[in-house]
Design a protein around this ligand. Structure first.
Ligand code: SIN
Length: 490
C-alpha cells in the first residue's frame, strides 16, 4: 500500500481488517501479486490493488476445483447445508464491514449495500436449506419387470463470471445453488468490485468450506474467460453481464457443449394505466428506476404512461426524483451514488441528448451533478419519442423517460417491441387487466403493482436475448444438476 492510499481504506473503517484482501483465492490459498488498481467511483481514490492473473493461473484454479469435486459432491446434503448456513450467519454478522467495502468499490449508498449483503446471504441460506431437498423421481415403467429412476447429480466444475453492479449478490446467487448441489466453482468477479468477492471467500473459509470448492481469480477478462468457457474440465458456465459479451461467451462454450446459464441485459418497460394508484406507481418507478443509480438489469428503462394520467404521473415522478439525495454512498443520507465509470456517464449523456434532440422535455435533472466525477442528477424526461435511444437500449443510469400511450393494446405492443425480455412492470387496479397484461408481456419477470421483484425465493431470469436459465428459487438449483435415468431390469 503506497503512501496517500490509506485514505480510502481508512474511510471504509473496517472492524475486521482481515476481510480486506488483495490476493486471489485458489485451492484455499491467497495468491497473486496485487498490481491492478481498484478505485472508489465516488472519490476516484485508490482503495487497493488486485492480481492480474491469466490463463495458467486460471487453469490451476480449474485443476483445484476438479480435484475438490469428488469429495464435495459425496458430502451429505446436511454437511453442505451446515457450512452454507454458517456462511450466511457470518455474512449477516459482518454486514456492516461487507457493506462499507461494497459501497467503497461500487458506489451504491450504504443503505443499499447493507440490503445487498442480506440479499446475498439469503441465497446461501435458502440453497443450504434446499440442498436437503434434491429429490429424484421414480417413473412407472412400460414393463412389469423393469424399474426406472431419475437421479439428480451435480453437473461438476462450474465457471462463473459476475458483474460489478451487485458485487455480492450476483456471486452468491450462482455460488449458493452450485455449492449446495455439490459442484465446485471457479469464479471471476468484476475487476472493478473484487473486494466483496474476496471478503465473501474469507467468510466461506471461516464457515468451513473446504479448499478448492470455491476459487476466485481476477485479471484479464479475455484469457480467464476463455479458460472458463473452453476448458473441457468445466461442465457448466454461468454469466451475468451484457448481452453482447454473453453471446460471445456462449459461443465459446459451444466447442465443449457446456451447460450454460446467462443473465443478460434488460430493457424493462414500466406501464402505468389510467386506473393505477398513481402514488404507488410513482414510488414503484423510483425503486425500479433509481435503485443502484439505475444500474440494474431489471431497472425500468422505458416508462409508458396512459393519456389520462400522463401529466399527473409525470409531475409526481419528477418531484420524487428531484428529492433524491446524490452523493458519496459512505456519507450521510445518500440515496444516489456515482455511476461506475466515465463510459457509463457518457452513455447516459448520449441517451439524454438523443431524447432531447427528438423532442423530449426536461422535468428534472439532465445534467452532471455538482459532486463532479461520474455523478449524474436523477433525471425525468417527458414526451420521449417512442423510438428514442432511451427506449431502444438499456441506459443503465438514473434517467426516466416517459412515453405516452392510448390503449392497453398499444402499451403491450410498445412494451414487447424489444429483443430484450428480462423484466417488465405494470400498474393497474383492474384485476382482469392485471392478468391480461401479466400474461401478455413477453418477459421472464413481471412486477404487477410493484417495482421490486428481486428475492431468493423466486426465479430470476429472462427470455429472448436477455438470457437462458433461472437463478434463485428451486428452479435455480436445477441449473446445477444433471438428470440421470437409471433403468433396472428385474
Ligand atoms: C441485476 O441487475 O442483474 C440483478 C438485480 C437484482 O438481483 O435485483
Amino acid at each position: 500500500m503506497a503512501d496517500g492510499e490509506t485514505g480510502e481504506l481508512g474511510r471504509i473503517a473496517l472492524n475486521r481488517s482481515d476481510l480486506f484482501r488483495e490476493q486471489c483465492y485458489i485451492n484455499g490459498k491467497w495468491t497473486g501479486d496485487p498490481t491492478i488498481e481498484v478505485r472508489n467511483p465516488a472519490t476516484r481514490g485508490v482503495i487497493g490493488r488486485i492480481p492480474n492473473l491469466g490463463k495458467s493461473e486460471t487453469e490451476t484454479a480449474v485443476a483445484a476445483a476438479t480435484a475438490a469435486f469428488p469429495k464435495w459432491k459425496s458430502e451429505t446434503a446436511a454437511a453442505r447445508a451446515k457450512i452454507m448456513l454458517k456462511w450466511n450467519d457470518l455474512m449477516v454478522a459482518h454486514q456492516e464491514d461487507l457493506a462499507r467495502l461494497m459501497t467503497a468499490e461500487q458506489g451504491k449508498p450504504l443503505a443499499e449495500a447493507r440490503g445487498e449483503i442480506v440479499y446475498a446471504g439469503s441465497f446461501l441460506q435458502w440453497y443450504g436449506e434446499e440442498a436437503k431437498r434434491v429429490y429424484g423421481d421414480t417413473i412407472p415403467a412400460p414393463a412389469a419387470d423393469r424399474r426406472i429412476m431419475v437421479l439428480k447429480q451435480p453437473v461438476g466444475v462450474v465457471g462463473a463470471i459476475t458483474p460489478w453492479n451487485f458485487p455480492a449478490a450476483m456471486i452468491t446467487r450462482k455460488v449458493g445453488p452450485g455449492i449446495a448441489a455439490g459442484c465446485t466453482i471457479v469464479l471471476k468477479p468484476s475487476e472493478l468490485t473484487p473486494y466483496s468477492a474476496f471478503a465473501i471467500a474469507v467468510l466461506a473459509e471461516e464457515a468451513g468450506l473446504p479448499p478448492g470448492v470455491l476459487n476466485i481469480v481476477t485479471g484479464d477478462a479475455e484469457p480467464i474467460g476463455r479458460v472458463l468457457t473452453e476448458d473441457p474440465r468445466i461442465a457448466k458456465f454461468t454469466f451475468t453481464g451484457s448481452t453482447p459479451v454473453g453471446k460471445k461467451l456462449a459461443a465459446q462454450c459451444a466447442g465443449t457443449v457446456k451447460r450454460v446459464s446467462l443473465e443478460l441485459g434488460g430493457n424493462a418497460p414500466f406501464l402505468v394505466f389510467d386506473d393505477a394508484d398513481l402514488e404507488a406507481a410513482a414510488s414503484g418507478a423510483i425503486i425500479s428506476k433509481f435503485r443502484n443509480t439505475g444500474q440494474t438489469c431489471v431497472c425500468a428503462n422505458r416508462l409508458y404512461v396512459q393519456d389520462g394520467v400522463y401529466d399527473k404521473f409525470a409531475t409526481l415522478l419528477a418531484e420524487k426524483a428531484a428529492a433524491l439525495a446524490v452523493g458519496d454512498g459512505l456519507v450521510g443520507v445518500t440515496q444516489q451514488g456515482p455511476l461506475i465509470n466515465m463510459k457509463a456517464l457518457e452513455k447516459v449523456e448520449a441517451h439524454v441528448a438523443d431524447a432531447i434532440g427528438h423532442g423530449a422535455k426536461i422535468l428534472t435533472g439532465a445534467h452532471r451533478d455538482s459532486h463532479g466525477g461520474t455523478f449524474y442528477q436523477p433525471t425525468v424526461l417527458r414526451d420521449v419519442a417512442p423510438d428514442a435511444l432511451l427506449t431502444r437500449e438499456e441506459t443503465f443510469g438514473p434517467v426516466a423517460g416517459l412515453v405516452r400511450f392510448k390503449s392497453e393494446e398499444d402499451a403491450l405492443r410498445l412494451a414487447n417491441d424489444s429483443r430484450a425480455g428480462l423484466a417488465a412492470y405494470a400498474f393497474t387496479r383492474e384485476l382482469a387487466r392485471s392478468w391480461r397484461v401479466s400474461e401478455g408481456l413477453e418477459y421472464g419477470m413481471v412486477g404487477m403493482n410493484t417495482g421490486l421483484i428481486s428475492t431468493e425465493v423466486s426465479p430470476f431470469g429472462g427470455v429472448k436475448e436477455s438470457g437462458i436459465g433461472r437463478e434463485g428459487s428451486k428452479y435455480g438449483l436445477d441449473e446445477f444438476l444433471d438428470l440421470k435415468a437409471v433403468f433396472v431390469q428385474l
